[in-house]
Design a binder for this molecule. Structure first.
Ligand code: ATP
Ligand code: MG
Length: 783
């Protein structure tokens, strides 16, 4: 082959090179983990820009997280001396927010609209249900929330939802009431960001045509996890529908994905979008990448073997030129506490081996698992950082501070009003608040505007609160974002309140961190008051953007004033949006060398030198909700595939015999996924399958007690091949049997594992769900 002309194209394999330099047109890259999909996507953008095929303003790229978007921006600026601001690179939510900020009026939103995160959304729904006396037993608020989110993900407004029962009717009614409430309060939830911007594109021809002309190249990473609405949104930007048939436009759409990493079906992701895309966009180029550059082969073989147990697959191969590397290490502990201790020890060794802490990740299936790990790390003074879970911006004290700030921006934000009207406590009781809510409803106004209607002492307290907010709003005029936040923290009484609390020091620290977050937001993101005006002219002149509608504002800057009124978003409003959308990664700690903790879901697309996957137990991973259903079990397996493929050099899998979860000790057996990994790639740090029938090996009786037995150093332990368990059960239980447990009541035995002291039963209790029980502890009597 001739040497690639541009340095950009060096270090690409032939398939990657082909993908990066594809001619205009729609294309799909379907390839396994670590094969360079994201790298190809980023390099393609750089190549398109460098060869002058498109200007920055003609690029729309969708990434899976804000972190990924930032990384992509950083890599692009490193590759090319360009101004990346004109590019639209971000998550679906981030991009829709940007779009709606530019066209808020057309979208029927107030210019100051704020974003409800999932927590706020739930409390808004609860409030509504209480107001309309909806039975929470029959319609749990969480379920209503899922219903609404699900409808929006399918692009359905209340009137579009098919009603098949009285329950449906009630839910649709709640959906409508919720919509009205959000509109009145000037807030939008995550689903609404997407749906609103889709509808605007659908219903407004000039806007749609403008963006269709503008975005010559649309690139989407992690395409396997797009939902119906996101796909429809892409179609709006890249074609039009004639008599129900989609006709692609002349933009180029590059979709990049891996069906084996589809892990958001539970949230409406549709892996079928890939097949639809190939058909509807008449995809001419499908590229496969089969070389994995991330992991040593022990890790990759494990991932490949595991995922081969899934039936529903499009089928791909992955190979690596790297050697086997270290074996995958497996550890069994007696308790979750011991598991965390072991991990801390192992990390110490890794540090001694010269591995940076930020190259170590601890992954878990559910957020609840992180607490024990955090405690162990904290006690050992190992710096760590938790992604996801309770994100920085979701902590109670931060939410309180943000609520005050949001009320400055939008007095009608009732959710924020209710959060802080009596926090810190100022003698406003539940009764007064109900009174206020009634008055507001009767007058069709916000809570803020209705306080005058409440009399007596309660009324006076409410008025004092509103006056405080209004005065703060006055006082903060003309201040910098940092000054605004400092003022609000002091005058809201939050700092004083936490100072008097026993464990308030941490919270105060977090509040101070909020000031830092705002500071770096202003400096790093360029949202500050002196943010430069964008090179709109440059955009208009570039050949690729010829034909843009001159009457529409080109919105490359969140701070670009409204074309008609000159209205611009305040730094505070921009920061509040950032707080709702951002994963809350603490900027100040970003540089610190800290161990990374996150759920497997949050780890998608990332890579680390060392990965610990913890809690590898039945009921935990795979999750108990998935055990009875084949489809969900396959999703759990994909999740495990994602987890394994995050590791470059070393992978650790651990499980524990007992675990405290949700205030209960659970006795768990190790995950079935262990049986699906290739024995040759594994190294058991603790004896495998304790309690197996030793006679099957012909070792003789002396070998019977495995637990606590001496195996010499763990390094020298080699696992013998292990036969399937055939020991006769002594507990007399069979699967399918009805049993009684004195705490959980009656249940059905689903499965049995192990024998003797290690015998365990999986039982489905109608009232408490599916549990694994150790039969030496749990008393189960057949009924
Ligand atoms: P995932 O499915 O997990 O998102 P991916 O397919 O997006 O993975 P990348 O993250 O793009 O994979 O790449 C995996 C790693 O391999 C990265 O560190 C990347 O820099 C490296 N890599 C990709 N292609 C090459 C190459 N041709 N030569 C050397 N390293 C490469
Ligand atoms: Mg990727």
């Amino acid at each position: 082959d001739p040497a690639p002309a541009s340095p950009l194209l060096q270090n690409l394999n032939p398939e990657q090179l082909a993908a990066v330099t594809l001619p205009a047109g729609n294309a799909l890259i379907l390839a396994g983990a670590g094969s360079g999909k994201t790298r190809v996507l980023t390099t393609r953008i750089a190549w398109l820009l460098q060869t002058g095929q498109v200007s920055p303003g003609g690029i729309l790229a969708v990434t899976f997280t804000n972190k990924a978007a930032k990384e992509m921006m950083a890599r692009l600026t490193a590759m090319l001396p360009i101004n990346t601001r004109g590019m639209w690179i971000g998550t679906f939510h981030g991009l829709c927010n940007r779009f709606l900020r530019a066209h808020w009026k057309l979208a029927g939103l107030p210019s100051t609209f704020q974003i409800l995160d999932t927590q706020d959304q739930l409390s808004a729904i609860k409030r509504l249900m209480k107001q309309f006396n909806v039975d929470e037993e029959r319609f749990p608020a969480k379920q209503t929330q899922w219903f609404i989110a699900g409808a929006k993900e399918d692009g359905l407004r209340p009137r579009d939802v098919e009603v098949r029962s009285d329950d449906d009717r009630k839910k649709v009614e709640l959906y409508q009431l919720y919509e009205d409430q959000c509109q009145r309060e000037g807030v939008v939830d995550f689903g609404e960001l997407m749906l609103r911007s889709y509808e605007l594109l659908r219903d407004n021809d000039p806007v749609r045509e403008h963006y269709q002309r503008r975005f010559r190249h649309i690139l989407i990473d992690e395409f396997q996890d797009t939902n119906r609405l996101q796909y429809a949104w892409i179609k709006m930007l890249a074609g039009h529908t004639v008599e129900g048939r989609f006709v692609p436009g002349d933009n180029s759409v590059l979709a990049v994905g891996d069906d084996d990493q589809s892990i958001y079906a539970f949230r409406g992701a549709r892996v079928g979008n890939m097949a639809d895309f190939v058909g509807e966009f008449g995809v001419a180029h499908q590229i496969k990448l089969e070389q994995n550059y991330r992991s040593y082969s022990n890790i990759l073989d494990s991932a490949n073997a595991l995922i081969s147990h899934n039936k529903k697959r499009l089928g791909k191969n992955l190979r690596t030129d790297q050697g086997p590397g270290e074996p995958v290490r497996v550890y069994e502990s007696t308790s979750d506490f011991a598991e965390a201790q072991w991990m801390v020890e192992e990390m110490r060794q890794l540090v001694r081996d010269g591995i940076e802490r930020k190259e170590m990740a601890v992954l878990y299936r559910s957020n609840a698992q992180s607490r024990v790990i955090e405690t162990a790390l904290f006690n050992a003074a190992v710096p760590y950082r938790v992604y996801g879970g309770l994100r920085f911006f979701e902590r109670a004290e931060i939410k309180h501070a943000l609520a005050y700030l949001r009320l400055l921006e939008n007095k009608d934000d009732d959710t924020s009003f209710l959060r802080v009207v009596n926090f810190p406590p100022r003698g406003i009781g539940a009764r007064s608040i109900e009174q206020l809510q009634d008055a507001a409803r009767a007058a069709g106004r916000s809570l803020h505007d209705a306080v005058a209607a409440v009399g007596g002492k309660a009324g006076a307290n409410l008025s004092a609160f509103v006056a405080k907010i209004d005065v703060l709003r006055e006082q903060t005029q003309g201040l910098s974002l940092r000054e605004i936040i400092e003022l609000v923290l002091q005058h809201s009484g939050l700092i004083e309140h936490y100072r008097s609390e026993r464990e308030g020091a941490d919270r105060i620290e977090n509040l101070e961190e909020l000031v830092n977050a705002a500071e770096s937001f202003v400096t790093q993101e360029g949202f500050g008051r002196d943010a430069v005006a964008m090179p709109v002219d440059e955009l208009r002149q570039s050949p690729a953007s010829q034909g843009l509608d001159p009457n529409l504002p080109i919105t490359d800057e969140p701070l670009v004033p409204d074309a008609e009124t000159g209205e611009t978003m305040s730094p505070l409003a921009a920061f509040l949006t950032h707080a709702a959308l951002e994963s809350g990664d603490n900027q100040a700690q970003a540089g610190q060398d800290a161990v990374q903790l996150m759920t497997v879901h949050a780890a998608k697309g990332l890579e680390f030198d060392c990965v610990f996957i913890t809690g590898m137990e039945e009921g935990l991973f795979p999750h108990e909700n998935s055990l009875s259903d084949h489809e969900s079990l396959e999703e759990e397996r994909r999740l495990m595939y994602v987890a394994i493929t995050r590791a470059r050099q070393r992978l650790y899998l651990s499980h524990s015999q007992t675990r405290m979860l949700h205030g209960q000790t659970r006795y768990n057996v190790k995950s079935r996924f262990f049986d699906e990994l290739p024995e040759a790639a594994l190294k058991w740090l603790t004896p495998k399958n304790q309690g197996f029938a030793p006679s099957a090996f012909g070792y003789g009786a002396g070998y019977a007690s495995t637990r606590g037995g001496s195996y010499g150093s763990k390094e020298s332990f080699a696992s013998p091949p292990v036969p399937p368990q055939k020991a006769a059960p002594s507990h007399g239980l069979r699967s399918g049997m009805q049993v009684f447990h004195n705490k959980f009541g009656e249940g059905t035995v689903l499965a049995l594992e192990g024998s003797g002291d290690d015998a365990r039963a999986q039982v489905n209790f109608p009232r408490h769900g599916i549990k694994w029980l150790a039969l030496s502890v749990a008393k189960l009597t057949p009924v």
